[in-house]
Design a binder for this molecule. Structure first.
Ligand SMILES: [Zn+2]
Ligand SMILES: [Zn+2]
Length: 339
């Protein structure tokens, strides 16, 4: 069996001698079809972690069930599925309060701390498996996970119909946030993104205006001189947080989705208090959000293909990691077709 292993800093490698996994009673075996490469995969490749070394990568995926454990009742062989890769404990305070994204084992997940899906077969707990509706392709099945991240962010931010929003960064998560805001009834959506091809994509996805981040002050003029009610920071740099603090409407909410560093220098942090700004962090998603993401794809409200820039074979993965870790490049979501 083929698979891609994370070995450490600047090292992911293809192996073709992996053994087909064994399955437990409460698990199913999935023949993997499509796997997305995520920004956090590339981040771990660049920094040498936090992913555990010698684990198979891949947490955004879809496939077909080929075997079923003895105690599994609700799933059948032949079903097309995607999988929530988080592995919450099911016993802690947060798990009991439907906040599994905040479980004490928060960072345990397939493809990061445990073997993931970039291989021919994966065994997973049946309760993490979500069946895909007939009109949701394997390709769209593999983007349910990043869509869930974007959906969780917009829901947690408390966005309301008729509000102004700004999205910082038009990568895969930013493009999904734009589409969700459209569905959620945004008055106008402004996007700040330096790469021109990504600005264009943002407009295609329903943004009203997309411009270079240095032109951020123009957004104030387009929002009745007040600034947007919500800003979604899908970049997470000191500069994007500073711009957000200067731009947001008084009393508005900045939602931080991406974070690139443990410490930030913010030269205008005083605005947080003087302008009564809410700075909100969001992380992961719950099973309910995963289901809602699938439903939005089923209804055609979200264009999953819109964020996919390339399809590659599993043999091309190591080279693609090199490309993705050398920006600027024009890739959005890269999908690995597992044969
Ligand atoms: Zn991801
Ligand atoms: Zn827990």
């Amino acid at each position: 069996m083929k698979g891609v292993i994370f070995e450490g800093k600047h090292k992911v490698s293809l192996r073709d001698d992996l053994t087909k996994p064994e399955m437990e009673q409460d698990e199913v075996l999935i023949n993997v079809k499509k796997v997305g490469i995520c920004g956090t995969d590339v981040g771990s490749y660049e920094k040498g972690g936090p992913y555990f070394p010698d684990k198979i990568i891949g947490h955004e995926f879809s496939g077909e069930i080929v075997e079923i454990g003895k105690t599994v009742k609700k799933l059948k062989i032949g079903k097309r599925v995607t999988v929530n890769p988080q592995k919450p404990c099911g016993e802690c305070y947060y798990c009991f309060h439907h906040q599994e994204n905040m479980c004490k084992l928060q960072n345990y997940a397939l493809g990061t701390t445990e073997d993931g899906a970039m291989r021919n077969f994966i065994n997973v707990k049946a309760e993490r498996v979500h069946v895909l509706p007939d009109n949701v392709s394997y390709e769209n099945g593999a983007i349910v996970e990043p869509l869930s991240i974007a959906l969780n962010a917009v829901i947690e931010s408390g966005f309301k119909i008729g509000e102004y929003a700004t999205v910082m960064g038009a990568g895969p998560i930013g493009l999904f946030v734009i589409q969700i805001l459209r569905v959620a009834g945004a008055k106008k959506i402004f996007v700040l993104e330096p790469v021109e091809s990504k600005q264009q994509k943002a407009l295609e996805m329903g943004a009203d205006k997309a411009s270079d981040p240095k032109n951020w002050a123009r957004i104030r003029r387009s929002t009745e001189g007040l600034g947007p009610d919500h800003i979604y920071d899908c970049v997470g740099l000191s500069s994007t947080i500073s711009t957000s603090l200067s731009l947001i409407k008084k009393g508005g909410c900045i939602t931080l989705i991406g974070m690139h560093s443990n410490s930030f220098e913010i030269n205008n942090a005083l605005l947080l208090t003087t302008n009564s700004i809410t700075l909100k962090g969001v992380y992961g998603y719950t099973q309910d959000i995963f289901k809602t993401a699938i439903n939005l794809l089923e209804q055609g409200k979200i264009d999953g293909g819109s964020i996919i820039s390339s399809h590659i074979a599993i043999e091309e993965v190591p080279r693609m990691f090199e490309k993705l870790s050398n920006p600027p490049h024009d890739e959005l979501k890269v999908i690995v077709d597992i044969e």
